[in-house]
Design a protein. Structure first.
Lengths: 382, 300
């Protein structure tokens, strides 16, 4: 009797060990959730009578530059893939940084917009010195984003205003403010300004040539540097430790001498700076003129998905930014292959919904732990 | 001043969807669940109503009303995702709400491409027809929704229990109330109302559904819930104010005395007002105590 029971336990234990390891690994869950998203997307395409192979052909072409239907290779697609990923990585870092402090930053979109707007103004009115001009624009964008995020952090810390509501409100304030300010520029019409001077652009001849004339710009180095800075602040500095401690338990942090108000404000400001840089990278990397925004670009919102899939770590965000960048950059290729391009948005949305179900996985762990504990107790009682 | 009264029908047309969606958001939050997915649910409703109406208009007289019912059903259906994640699986409510918002644009435009072979629904010939004085029936729907929400929340036992779930779910549970059931009911109601709001919006303000149809109306509704301090009276007033601001941003070119102001001035009003009031009233907490916190059975 006891032998049979222990045999059963042993087998169950082996299987459970694997399952527990899988469920408790954030990275594994992210991969699983993304695969599930793609699976649902594939089924959806089949259900409406299209060929999912075309979707994967478009994704392959984005990733490798190889057009499988025509057998041609063009490195420009790879460059465009990276270009589309840069703002997503930066907005993902923005969302993730706030999340590490226990804040939900839906405001990346607004911080992105103020960064973009500041960069456009510096590009048009800044000193046209090679090297200095775009560096100033990057600085201005980061500061504008930091200000926009910092306001929210300060309101949260000082007046306990919900950062979710406050950031959503500020997204729209940023959008309308940007439209108003940009149209004040004398040469601007209702949708664009004059062209930027050459010195303001982030374009990089080397990267562009490498990828057969794509728009890949210095933004690449900005995004990579930001990933490093993110990792360094969070993992290696006292500040990062204080921010994380505040995120885990505000009261405990306060009791151990951490200035919580400063922590929260600073955290949102740094998060905002990342999103602001995303705005600069798009404004001066992908465009050569200032835009009067006609709608929100949506990088901030996709950035939420990027951070969730990347588990708020620097490396994870880099990878998931590339993943969502791939989906975004593949859109026109899908459309030309008879696949509605919105499938990529559906996959992003599904991934976020599935991630929110992660709590469900945790419930499984707890339930199993309880059951095992009960079984052990039962054995002891016998 | 005359021209402001001339604007009244337009203002009511703008207020109605915001009010209906805001009441939905209020009901969900009073039960303890934040529904940040209002924007997306309005999109689903608007898409459903526009599709239904565009397809049935030639054959079915009065198809606008069926379209509104369809919008409610679709909104409720998709809010089920949020309810399941937030209530049954105790997920982060902001995350699952954001998921709904992301899904909405994707799914609706995807289906447009399949059904209509373009990135928007087919335009319909006639939307909803305005009644006497140029006032659309959606205004009356909004008033009915407002009064009904007040009656149910404050005058019926079901409303009392629902509010208890949002204030102190553990106490409610100890009094024999099934917290999860009431939260499900509230989220489904908010989904149905957001869907209805989307339907009202698309049938009165445009002639087809595109990915720009909702364009922040759901977030304005969310702001109206906070600004209106989670009561029907307050939410009604806030929606009226915000809807007026939205209408003025569009129609102010007709008012000579306001031409000097940039249109963004009115567009930005709802958001600035909400932010400022949140700061001013930050000392007193009007929000339901347990909003946004998953209910753990047996937890303290």
């Amino acid at each position: 009797m006891s032998a049979a029971a222990s045999g059963k336990d042993g087998k169950g234990g082996l299987k459970a060990g694997f399952l527990d390891a899988f469920i408790s690994s954030d990275g594994a869950i992210s991969v699983f959730v993304v695969l599930l998203g793609f699976l649902c997307g594939t089924i959806l395409i089949l259900a409406v009578g299209r060929n999912p192979g075309n979707m994967y052909a478009a994704l392959l072409q984005t990733l490798s530059g190889y057009d499988i239907t025509r057998g041609v290779w063009n490195a420009r697609y790879i460059g465009e893939w990276f270009t589309a990923s840069l703002p997503l990585i930066l907005c993902g870092l923005s969302m993730g940084f706030a999340a590490r402090t226990g804040l939900f930053n839906i405001g990346s979109e607004g911080q992105y917009i103020v960064g973009l707007t500041a960069a456009q103004f510096v590009a048009i009115y800044g000193p046209q010195v090679p090297g200095l001009h775009w560096a100033l624009a990057l600085l201005a964008g980061a500061l504008a984003g930091a200000l926009w995020g910092g306001i929210v952090g300060w309101l949260k810390a000082k007046y306990s205003v919900s950062e979710v509501v406050a950031t959503i409100m500020l997204n729209y304030v940023a959008y309308f403010l940007s439209r108003y300010l940009t149209r004040l520029i004398p040469e601007a019409n209702t949708y664009k300004t004059q062209s930027f001077p050459k010195t303001a652009l982030l374009s990089d001849p080397f990267l562009s040539q490498l990828t057969n004339g794509s728009r890949l710009s210095i933004g690449l180095y900005v995004a990579l540097a930001c990933c490093l800075i993110y990792w360094f602040i969070i993992e290696r500095t006292k500040l990062g430790f204080e921010l994380r401690a505040t995120g885990f338990n505000k009261e405990a942090a306060r009791c151990s001498g951490i200035r919580v108000t400063r922590s929260i404000t600073l955290s949102m400001a740094i998060a905002g700076a990342f999103a602001g840089l995303a705005g600069v990278v798009v404004a001066l990397g992908s465009f050569s003129y200032g835009r009067v925004l006609a709608g929100q670009d949506g990088y901030g919102f996709t950035g939420i998905a990027v951070a969730l899939v990347g588990n708020n770590t620097a490396g994870g965000t880099l990878l998931s930014g590339l993943l969502f960048g791939m989906l975004q950059s593949a859109q026109p290729l899908m459309q030309s292959r008879m696949i509605p391009k919105e499938i990529t948005q559906i996959i992003s949305g599904l991934v976020v919904v599935f991630i929110s179900l992660r709590a469900g996985f945790k419930m499984i762990i707890e339930w199993r732990a309880k059951r095992i504990a009960r079984e052990r107790r039962g054995e002891r009682d016998e | 001043m005359n021209s402001i009264f001339g604007l009244l029908p337009s203002i009511l047309m703008m207020v109605a969807p915001i009010l209906i969606a805001a009441i939905g958001g209020m009901i969900a939050e009073r039960s303890g669940v934040t529904n940040i997915g209002l924007e997306g649910l309005m999109g689903f409703g608007a898409f459903g109503a526009a599709t239904f109406h565009a397809l049935l208009e030639p054959t079915l007289p009065g198809s606008v009303w069926f379209a509104l019912v369809a919008a409610m059903l679709i909104g409720a259906l998709f809010s089920l995702i949020h309810a399941y994640a937030a209530i049954s699986l105790k997920a982060d409510q902001t995350v699952s709400g954001t998921g709904i918002n992301l899904l909405a644009i994707g799914i609706t435009v995807f289906l447009c491409q399949i059904i209509f072979k373009q990135e928007r629904t087919e335009p319909y010939k006639l939307g909803m027809m305005p009644g006497p004085g140029g006032v659309y029936p959606t205004a009356y729907i909004a008033i009915v929704v407002l009064l009904a929400s007040w009656y149910v929340l404050y005058k019926r036992p079901v409303g009392l229990r629902l509010r208890a779930c949002g204030e102190h779910p553990a106490a409610a549970a100890s009094a024999g109330i099934d917290v999860k059931k009431y939260r499900y009911l509230a989220v489904l109601a908010s989904g149905a109302l957001a869907g209805l709001a989307g339907g009202c919006l698309v049938l009165t303000q445009t002639i087809q559904y595109t990915n720009m149809t909702i364009n922040g109306a759901g977030f304005i509704a969310l702001a109206a819930v906070s600004f209106g301090r989670w009561t029907p009276k307050g939410v009604g007033g806030a929606s009226l104010l915000f809807g007026t601001a939205v209408a003025l941003a569009i129609y102010m070119v007709n008012i000579p005395s306001m031409r000097s102001l940039p249109p963004e001035f009115f567009s930005v009003m709802p958001y600035v007002i909400t932010l400022v009031t949140l700061v001013i009233f930050s000392g007193k907490d009007y929000a339901p105590k347990a909003v946004g916190i998953p209910y753990e059975k047996g937890g303290s």
